[in-house]
Design a protein around this ligand. Structure first.
Ligand SMILES: [Zn+2]
Length: 307
């Protein structure tokens, strides 16, 4: 089974849909870090959700989905770019006590201070152009409802999501009502059709989603509908970290900050939270960060300096 995202349309309903299953890329995330079971479920569901939202991006860039928690989980991050390349990580509080069946609230919204953020980050930003970020309170008891509420508020789009993850696979279904562009003969009939396809999808059980491939799920739900499927796409794991980006981050901390860290530690070892890649910067590397005009020169790994 390879990781697949399948878009589809209904011939007689103003609704677009997508199904995704991610096993291989999800394994690659978990090979790098072992997460408590309840955390893995939420992170897996966010991977499915991010790929479903990315598949509809109108620009070349990435979606970054974050949950900032106030409980045993401090941060959950999933990034997915327009080529459906994903990376994900979670940051836990020190010594977290996490039950296997902990709810989203238990994990990240114990005191009602949890936040959900979506950032749309274009790859080729114009000078001065910023990434767009929307942040809302964590409104909902599952990743799916949090995103549904976000989409309704920020995009005014009726979107429904069904997500399921375990440590083997994560699957998701997205349905979105197409905006009424004024030419609809009967908005009421369209609404009824939307309700109908949503009602069918609402019969999906979590165990069924975890054990059934997406094409079987599609046929099972909509065998009575005329469904048109598009060319499948394939999500994959990819981390875009680099020595240059780590160097940039260090440079932004400022010369004083770096000097004091160097005085304490002798050298800086920075591990990528997403893929575990290690980047070492000794005193000479750090000095170069602040003396070299072109950052690319400063971040050459030792022994590869160009003269
Ligand atoms: Zn990395």
């Amino acid at each position: 089974m390879s990781d697949t995202l399948q878009r589809f349309m209904f011939d007689s309903s103003p609704v677009r849909g997508e199904l995704v299953e991610i096993a291989e890329a999800w394994q690659q995330v978990q090979e790098r870090r072992t997460y408590p079971r309840a955390v893995a479920i939420v992170l897996g569901e966010m991977m499915a959700a991010a790929s479903l939202l990315s598949a509809n991006l109108k620009f070349n860039g990435a979606i970054i989905m974050q949950i900032h928690g106030d409980g045993p989980v401090q941060l959950l991050v999933v990034e997915c770019d327009s080529a459906l390349r994903l990376r994900a990580t979670a940051k836990l509080a020190p010594d977290p006590q996490i039950a296997d069946d902990a709810s989203l609230r238990d994990l990240v919204n114990l005191h009602g201070q949890g936040r959900f953020a979506i950032t749309l980050d274009p790859a080729d930003k114009l000078p001065g152009q910023q990434a767009y970020q929307g942040i809302v309170s964590l409104d909902g008891d599952s990743v799916a409802t949090v995103i549904e509420n976000y989409m309704l508020r920020s995009e005014q789009l009726d979107t429904r999501l069904w997500l399921a993850a375990d440590d083997k696979v994560t699957r998701g279904l997205l349905l979105q009502k197409l905006p009424d562009e004024g030419g609809t003969p009967s908005p009421q009939a369209d609404n009824d059709r939307w309700e109908h396809v949503v009602t069918l999808a609402s019969t999906l059980r979590t165990d069924e989603m975890l054990s059934t491939d997406i094409m079987t799920l599609l046929n099972r739900l909509y065998w009575e509908e005329q469904v048109r499927v598009f060319e499948p796409r394939h999500p994959s794991f990819h981390c875009g970290c680099s020595r240059e980006k780590v160097g940039n981050m260090l440079k932004m901390l400022g010369q004083e900050e770096i000097a004091s860290a160097l005085a304490d530690l002798g050298g800086l070892d920075i591990d990528c939270d997403f893929c575990g890649q290690q980047y070492a910067f000794d005193a000479v590397d750090c000095a170069q960060l602040f003396t070299t005009d072109t950052l690319a020169d400063a971040v050459q790994p030792p022994g590869q300096q160009q003269h």
